[in-house]
Ligand binder design. Structure first.
Ligand SMILES: Cc1cc2nc3c(=O)[nH]c(=O)nc-3n(C[C@H](O)[C@H](O)[C@H](O)COP(=O)(O)OP(=O)(O)OC[C@H]3O[C@@H](n4cnc5c(N)ncnc54)[C@H](O)[C@@H]3O)c2cc1C
Length: 401
């Protein structure tokens, strides 16, 4: 058993930490938070320095590395600033589905500008009547000689206000059974790529956190898309989404890991410096023990996230069918526990923790969405139970558990 990172992984982690410390300035973060602005200039710099698309093919400018390297970058970005780190990660994460299922032409067209930090991506799965339940879409897709015509409404699309392309899940076969007959298609923002119809994008205002991103409703009215924009095999749409979620849920977990590490470090520093009753507050056992517990929980989160990433990258044959058993642990346990660690950090800060200035309350608000998007905590627990019900008990003895 070897818990060490490779030299390349250590270098990537260090470079990401230095970049974030240098660029994610507190004044800039507050400005983006208060004006709800996506820090596009920082995203561009991250692309220029190679932090975007570390797991994308080299021929489009990617690093040909894996989920583990992405996790290390996301962890450091979110450790430095939850809002900036999450906004930047969420701008390139959606394109992962295109990396997995796209043709070489689609890779060249969409991933090349994304890797440079010029383009932003989005996924539009959720609909007003289909959130946790993606087994059927109300958005329809109909083949029509030279293209596909789409009608319907999507909600909560992250980056809707500025994404250059959207990967949309739509129902192609209306007669198909649950989970079947859906197709993924790429919709470009540039209306000159449309063959007819229209797409309306409406901002959904006033969210609790994640305020450096846009959240949008998309309305497709007879929007006609070129056949070249079909992503992956037709009518395999939900399976494409599930394969994407296997990897993306680990990276989403890394957001929560970084968020609570950042909160912990701030709380530790505060507890050593803040004096009450003529003693640093870390010397009060109530505060000292709280920090000790925060540290212990944080370490468990780090190692389960790294292990999930390692499994995704290595896919040991023995457990290839049970990867979701681990991705779902990362997706529910890391943000849930991070929430409680960040809450403890607010306690350590006392009244100061309640204000934006100290940034721990923002971490709490930003972190809260990680329990919801890409499948809620309850959906992850359902996934785990579904696999546990059928699991060969011999597996539980395996060295992988
Ligand atoms: C800020 C933000 C950004 C988002 N970004 C995107 C995006 O970019 N693209 C995208 O497609 N979507 C996005 N989403 C949507 C997100 O993935 C959904 O909100 C989420 O999957 C839950 O769906 P819902 O909101 O419809 O809740 P519902 O599905 O209505 O669930 C409501 C509650 O019931 C529970 N529940 C539902 N079904 C079950 C069940 N079978 N067992 C137990 N409990 C259950 C849920 O866990 C939840 O607590 C975003 C959402 C937000 C808030």
């Amino acid at each position: 058993m070897d818990f060490s990172l490779t030299k390349e992984q250590k270098d990537i982690k260090k470079a990401a930490a230095e970049f974030a410390r240098g660029e994610f300035k507190p004044e800039l973060a507050q400005e983006c938070e208060l004006t709800h602005r996506f820090p596009r200039e920082i995203y561009k710099k991250a692309g220029e320095l190679g932090f975007i698309g570390l797991d994308y093919p080299e021929d489009v400018g990617g690093g040909d590395l894996g989920v583990m390297e992405n996790v290390l970058v996301i962890e450091e970005f979110c450790k430095a600033d939850s809002g900036m780190g999450m906004a930047i990660h969420l701008a390139y994460l959606p394109a992962k589905i295109l990396k997995i299922f796209g043709t070489p032409e689609q890779h060249r067209k969409f991933l090349s500008p994304l890797v440079k930090g010029d383009w932003v991506s989005a996924v539009s799965f959720t609909e007003p009547d289909h959130g946790s339940d993606l087994t059927r879409m109300d958005t329809t897709l109909r083949e029509q000689d030279d293209g596909f015509v789409m009608n319907g409404t999507k909600v909560f699309t992250t980056n809707g206000g500025y994404a250059d392309f959207f990967i949309v899940l739509a129902q192609e076969d209306p007669e198909a059974g649950p989970g079947k007959g859906m197709t993924t298609i790429i919709v470009e923002r540039d209306s000159s790529s449309w063959l007819g119809g229209k797409m309306e994008i409406n901002e959904i205002p006033d969210k609790m956190g994640l305020r450096m991103t846009s959240s949008s409703e998309l309305v497709f009215q007879d929007l006609k898309i070129s056949k070249e924009n079909i992503l992956g095999k037709r009518e395999r749409g939900l399976l494409n989404v599930l394969d994407f979620l296997d990897e993306s849920r680990i990276e989403i977990g890394a957001q929560a890991l970084g968020n609570c590490e950042g909160a912990f470090l701030k709380a530790l520093n505060h507890a050593r410096e803040r004096e009450q009753f003529k003693r640093p507050i870390i010397d009060f056992q109530a505060i000292g023990h709280k920090l000790a517990r925060m540290w212990s929980r944080l370490q468990t989160l780090k190692w389960i996230t790294y292990y999930g990433a390692w499994l995704c990258d290595n896919r040991p044959q023995k457990i290839s069918g049970t990867i979701p058993l681990f991705t779902s642990i990362v997706k529910h346990h890391v943000p849930e526990t991070a929430k409680s660690i960040i809450d403890d950090a607010i306690t350590v800060f006392g009244g100061y923790g309640y204000f934006l200035d100290q940034e721990v309350e923002r971490r709490y608000r930003d972190n809260r969405i990680i329990e919801m998007y890409e499948g809620t905590v309850e959906v992850q627990l359902n996934n785990i139970v579904r696999i546990l019900k059928k699991l060969n008990l011999g597996f539980i003895d395996s060295e992988l558990l």
